[in-house]
Design a protein around this ligand. Structure first.
Ligand code: NDP
Length: 287
């Protein structure tokens, strides 16, 4: 399968996508607001369109990878989308994806939203582990799956066009928490005689070992029994938090990344759940 396709957006990610499709033999028409960014791709065999509307007219399969949803709306304003298969790989919120899907369908296009779980160097690199969450039109996904699988793996998560963004942002949000923990840990050891490079493998190993925690949370949420399989209970962990905070103080490190989560653990404990783990915090977060 070497379906021809159009790609709007030649930032770091769009350029990596275009290179992957060209390398796999897919005739690719590209467009970028700032035309200079298309030159290296023209040299690699891409057709360069002068306007976004021309680029859209060139192929049935149209992929967009722009800064944000507002730039997608702006770039496609003058394009005729009737009969097109629009795949939006721009990061956005679930509500933005749902609104963009309705907007595209009103213009006669089928719509698939994507959330890219990879950085540009992983695109088109065999075995990189990078993939894209897709949601929206299942027929579009099935028809173009082979082309979509060229730059990265494909994971279809549902007909609701908001689901790709929902999954994408949920993973990024968890990653943000991990980055916060990593920053605090390095801040603790920083001014001591601990080389960051010696500490890093211990920290990475610990985080990898703790990843299984996710499955325990899922089982507890499924069963509704938040004490199931708990090995460290909330009462014990809240006591332990005091040691984490005293250590931060000793090391003259701000506790500001730790305290929001610790406050929620304390609230759940005070609500009378000493034998749970931390899953009850999920309930506290629901607005
Ligand atoms: P860049 O900042 O490198 O590129 C942004 C692109 O959007 C450029 O092509 C830019 O055009 C275009 N653009 C911005 N505003 C407008 C507008 N109003 N009208 C038309 N075009 C516009 O971003 P990336 O390529 O890195 O990212 C693209 C998308 O991919 C984003 O949604 C990002 O979240 C997502 N993504 C990126 C990852 C990464 O690691 N880079 C990882 C996962 C997802 P111009 O050249 O003219 O400025």
């Amino acid at each position: 399968d070497t379906t021809s396709l159009t790609l709007l957006g030649l930032g770091d990610m769009g350029t990596a996508l275009a290179r992957a499709w060209l390398a796999a033999g897919h005739p690719t028409t590209v467009w970028n607001r700032t035309p200079a960014r298309a030159a290296p791709l023209a040299a690699a065999g891409a057709e360069v369109a002068e306007t976004a509307a021309d680029a859209v007219a060139a192929n049935d399969l149209v992929v967009v990878c722009l800064l944000d949803d507002a730039s997608v709306r702006a770039a496609l304003a003058d394009a005729d989308l009737a009969g097109k298969d629009l795949v939006d790989l721009t990061t956005g919120t679930p509500a933005e994806a749902r609104a963009r899907a309705a907007w595209a369908e009103e213009r006669g296009a089928r719509f698939l939203d994507g959330g890219i779980m990879a950085v540009p160097p992983m695109i088109g690199a065999e075995g990189s582990g990078g993939y894209v969450f897709y949601s929206g039109s299942r027929p579009l996904f099935d028809e173009h799956r082979a082309a979509l699988a060229v730059p990265a793996g494909t994971v279809y998560v549902g007909e609701d066009p908001g689901f790709a963004a929902l999954h994408d942002v949920a993973l990024l949000s968890a990653m943000t928490g991990m980055f916060a923990g990593v920053a605090h840990a390095f801040a603790l050891v920083r001014d001591e005689d601990v080389a960051p490079k010696d500490f890093a493998p211990m920290l990475a190993g610990w985080l990898a070992a703790m990843a299984g925690y996710v499955n325990g949370v899922a089982e507890q949420l499924d069963s509704g029994d938040y004490t199931r399989g708990v090995t460290s209970n909330l009462a014990m962990m809240v006591r332990g938090n005091a040691t984490l905070l005293r250590t931060a103080e000793e090391q003259q490190v701000s506790p500001e990344l730790l305290t929001p989560f610790m406050d929620l653990m304390r609230r759940r404990l005070d609500d009378g759940h000493p034998d749970e783990g931390t899953t009850g915090v999920v309930d506290l977060l629901a607005r």
